[in-house]
Design a protein around this ligand. Structure first.
Ligand SMILES: Cc1ncc(C[n+]2csc(CCOP(=O)(O)OP(=O)(O)O)c2C)c(N)n1
Length: 322
């Protein structure tokens, strides 16, 4: 693996930022400061970071309802993200979108999406635009195992394969879709197996291993940039928290399964790697990194609390139709 140690530390910083951002978002949601719905990505951080570490601002991604990790890995501004969760005017959607609608076109983040599988048609358009631009840009679609059972998954991959669009598809298979185990809905255990039907590579990786994700995404980026068409990567991973943070949210998962997956914590694995294999990292350095991250999260909360709520009249602005 040829990732420079500094880059590995950057990836760790991003993963830890995602985790700390969401821990705070969850706390503040339960305290009644954050509105709407919050879906946490904790446990899946290696996927977003391993993929986005290959991308530039010119490359596009589309996210899901569980989108904070994708936003942060693509370089979104933490203040504007937190302010959006807080429903403030300084947020990415002027406080009118909330957790599931964060977008930042300037960095190629085309948006989170509250519609399951809603990102799949959008990425086909983004891929076609990138192909027509001819500048070597790629478009990446994150989606869940649940979304892979919806029609847009098949429509998007079919046309992307046929037209050799510079896209790659990242299925975050966290084994559950809301309250439904994937084992009850997937006709085959592996989503990646469906790639065969479209004549494209289908790859399965350990989604909690940042290096495995990074390597697979690197090959998919290279293939897309070379004009060879899409790749479907299935990352086997797990969400640590319930489907949403809503109080009383049922969670039918087996506690033993949750505990077993926590033992494969992608952040702990990277810290361990940096300490033992690289020998260039210590617990003290990780603590210092973490303290710095907590400081930026605290600053984003203070920024949010100091920002006004949107004026009631603003509800009628930024509409496509009235
Ligand atoms: C079209 C549509 N159907 C149903 C829902 C309700 N819903 C929200 S999230 C979710 C589960 C999605 O599962 P998956 O795609 O595996 O993503 P995960 O939540 O596991 O990250 C469902 C059914 C929705 N938002 N949109």
């Amino acid at each position: 693996m040829d990732i420079a140690p500094e880059k590995q530390r950057d990836m760790l910083r991003q993963m830890q930022t995602i985790r700390r951002f969401e821990e705070r978002a969850s706390d503040d949601y339960h305290a009644g400061d954050i509105y709407g719905v919050v879906h946490c990505y904790i446990g899946e951080e290696a996927v977003a970071v391993g993929v986005c570490s290959h991308l530039t601002d010119d490359d596009k991604i589309i996210s899901t309802h569980r989108g904070h990790g994708h936003c942060i890995a693509k370089g979104a501004d933490l203040n504007r993200m937190m302010a959006e969760l807080y429903g403030r005017e300084t947020g990415y959607c002027k406080g009118k979108g909330g957790s599931m609608h964060i977008a930042d076109f300037g960095i190629g983040m085309l948006g989170a999406n509250g519609i399951v599988a809603g990102g799949l048609p959008i990425i086909a358009g983004a891929g076609l635009a990138a192909q027509m631009d001819g500048q070597g840009g790629v478009a990446v679609c994150f989606f869940g195992d649940g979304a892979s059972n919806a029609g847009p998954f098949h429509e998007s991959i079919n046309i992307a394969a046929k037209w050799k669009l510079p896209i790659f598809y990242i299925c975050e298979n966290n084994l559950h879709s809301a309250q439904t185990p994937a084992s009850k809905t997937l006709a085959q255990d592996d989503v990646a197996a469906r790639a065969t039907g479209y004549g494209i590579p289908g790859v399965i990786v350990d989604g909690n291993d940042i290096f495995a994700v990074h390597e697979a995404a690197g090959a998919a980026v290279a293939r897309a940039r070379a004009g060879e068409g899409p790749t479907l990567i299935e990352c086997k991973t797990y969400r640590w928290r319930a489907h949403t943070e809503r109080p009383g949210q049922p969670d039918h998962r087996d506690p033993a399964e949750i505990e077993a997956w926590k033992k494969t914590d992608p952040i702990a694995r990277l810290v361990d790697h940096l300490k033992t294999r690289q020998g260039q990292f210590s617990d003290e350095e990780f603590e210092a990194m973490d303290a710095e991250i907590l400081g930026t999260i605290q600053a984003s909360v203070e920024f949010s609390k100091a920002s006004p709520f949107p004026a009631p009249e603003a509800a009628l602005e930024d509409l496509f139709a009235d």
